[in-house]
Design a protein around this ligand. Structure first.
Ligand SMILES: C[S@@+](CC[C@H](N)C(=O)[O-])C[C@H]1O[C@@H](n2cnc3c(N)ncnc32)[C@H](O)[C@@H]1O
Length: 300
């Protein structure tokens, strides 16, 4: 979906880019008891540790490359990849001579990133870290990045403030986040109809919505650029996608495990119907464009 352009010739961004004017952050009243984020994260960690996300992560590499380019990184820049999985954004920045610290809370995914970085002799250090409690001093990094990672942290306010805290003044926060209207947004809604998410936890796809990004980052932003892009999920067939995600993508893997045989059949049918709404292939294969927001925030 294309968005209105705020004219800004200096930015050299493509037609769908929107430069969002930072606005005052509003305080929202805390009327509900906060969810038990620790318990939720333990469960989520088990989900991301299941299957083998690395097999899917490598297919998304182009999104990390595009995001790294969008930040116009200086060689030698210090970069923190948050919820970096097996190294999508990590490798992209390291290939541009940045000094990358790659973090995630799943050790086995970091191990996968380490193997990839070693194979290319790239300058990366790896550290286990929770996106909601980053073990770094304030203003430690020139660029703080996350591709489809930090958006899954359940305490969204805390995760957003952590990204901002560890980024230096004048540095950049760069993210790729699925939008609420995207195929992956729809996939999570489908999963949620069969296996409801924990009470009080907001949709990860909020991180792809312009108003949400504005509300959570404006207070410390000099500028916010959002470009709506598509990533094409290309698979031999819709059924192959379902089998692949059921086997390797933790949240889908766990959702199927939580259901009995009848529930599993219904979930499979629902995912196939969701794919059908987005599939642009006409030869029995699957090409599903999934919209994501490519976001670059300059910290004041
Ligand atoms: C969809 S994967 C994306 C991984 C990688 N950034 C990529 O682009 O391929 C989501 C990642 O977020 C990580 N993650 C989710 N919640 C996290 C948290 N609270 N702290 C650290 N990592 C988290 C998961 O372990 C997983 O690696």
């Amino acid at each position: 979906m294309s968005q209105q352009i705020a004219p800004n010739p200096l930015r050299l961004l493509a037609a769908q880019t929107q430069t969002v004017k930072p606005k005052e952050t509003k305080m929202t009243a805390m009327t509900q008891t906060a969810p038990d984020y620790t318990a939720i994260k333990t469960k989520q960690n088990a989900a991301w540790s299941s299957g083998d996300y690395a097999k899917i992560g490598v297919t998304l590499q182009i999104t990390g490359e595009e995001l790294a380019e969008a930040t116009d990184p200086t060689p030698g820049a210090s970069v923190l990849d948050v919820a970096g999985g097996n190294g999508n954004a990590t490798l992209a920045f390291a290939r541009r001579w940045c000094n990358v610290t790659s973090t995630d809370y799943v050790e086995s995914l970091l191990d996968g990133g380490r193997v990839r970085a070693e194979a290319e002799a790239l300058n990366v250090s790896f550290q286990k870290a929770d996106a909601e409690a980053l073990p770094f001093e304030d203003a430690s990094f020139d660029i703080v990045t996350s591709t489809f990672g930090v958006m899954f942290a359940p305490n969204q306010n805390k995760a957003a403030s952590e990204l901002t805290r560890v980024c230096r003044s004048g540095g950049k926060i760069a993210m790729a986040n699925w939008t609420p209207e995207s195929f992956i947004g729809a996939l999570f809604k489908t999963l949620g109809r069969h296996v409801p998410p924990p009470a009080g936890v907001q949709s990860p796809a909020n991180w792809g919505a312009t108003s949400w990004v504005q509300e959570h980052f404006s207070a410390e932003a000099a500028s916010i650029s959002m470009k709506m892009r598509n990533f094409n999920f290309r698979y031999p067939s819709p059924r192959h996608f379902v089998d692949f995600f059921r086997t390797y993508y933790g949240p889908v893997h766990k959702a199927f495990l939580a259901l009995d045989a009848a529930g599993q059949a219904q979930l499979e049918a629902d995912i196939l119907a969701t794919i059908d709404r987005f599939n642009v292939a006409t030869d029995g294969t699957m090409i599903v464009p999934s919209e994501y927001a490519q976001i670059v925030i300059e910290k004041r």
